[in-house]
Design a protein around this ligand. Sequence first.
Ligand code: ATP
Ligand code: MG
Length: 326
Amino acid sequence: MNKEIDHDSSIWTEKYRPKEFSEVVGQNDIIKRVESLTKAMNIPHLLFAGPAGVGKSTLALVVVKELFKNTWKENYLELNASDERGINVVREKVKSFARTKSLGKVPFKIIFLDEADALTPEAQQALRRTMENYSSGCRFILSCNYSSKIIDPIQSRCAIFRFKLLEKKDIEKVLQKIAKNENLTMHPDVLEIIYEGSEGDCRRSINLLQSTAAISPSINPDLVSTMIANTKPKDIRVVLDYALAGDFENSREKLLDLMLKESISGQDVVKAIQKEIWNLAIEPEIKVKLTEKTGEIEFRITEGSDPFIQLQSLLASFVLAGLGKK
Ligand SMILES: Nc1ncnc2c1ncn2[C@@H]1O[C@H](COP(=O)(O)OP(=O)(O)OP(=O)(O)O)[C@@H](O)[C@H]1O
Ligand SMILES: [Mg+2]
């Protein structure tokens, strides 16, 4: 057994999250550059841009652990821009974190700001000032899906790293390691199917393997395909049924469940809703209206709006459609 594995975690994405540079698969040029900056303790502000589940947060943690070793927790602050209800909360947290000096031989602390592209341009201006005010004692690592959503003055203060979707061979490496550790037997075709089903998103691949393994440790193509095909529509249906029945609260709760526990992205939820609309017992005109609304929400999420807020607004449309029916 591997000593680096976090045996406490029952969620495999956490249990097998790389703790060292050498464990991160793919993104080779990025890893090389970031590793040499880290080893030299010469870290500028960093901007990690790219799709979900490909190693952005993971790499930030690797950097921090490498820099600070066992005092990393004291020297690291993680914030999520979309959770923190505005830039003022971010600023206050940064301020109180930056008040004390870093411990040990590294002359700065690290602040990781996830989903930086969820901040409005005005909030980003404020963030920029915060970065300037504290740059003597802190380095920022910003993470985002789209670097184009980050204002130029911040981009120009950061070294930008563009993460890519992972290749099949990289995802295979991760899944093989997990399968070995968890004593799974995998049919040779399974890797291809999981890769296709998760489109280069490592988090989704691992979640898919874990949810399949919960049914049987012998992972065969049929089981995986069923997992990919079934989970979403069935669960989405429950969400929509609640909404159409006028029960917004339960609908919202089921949606949140789905997104957190199954780790399904906002975009995938929208796609699944889109498909499911045609199976609902509602008037054709309402189906058309809801389809139109779904497209609008999909666009907003792609543009960087908070998926959960957008999806709730979509559910509100379903509730209204349900009420109109009565
Ligand atoms: N390059 C990688 N090498 C090894 N494992 C990876 C890699 N990328 C992702 N993973 C696995 O997927 C999980 C999620 O990755 P991570 O949190 O780094 O995604 P992210 O790029 O920050 O995505 P998001 O944009 O959704 O925050 C990790 O815990 C890890 O198990
Ligand atoms: Mg992340």
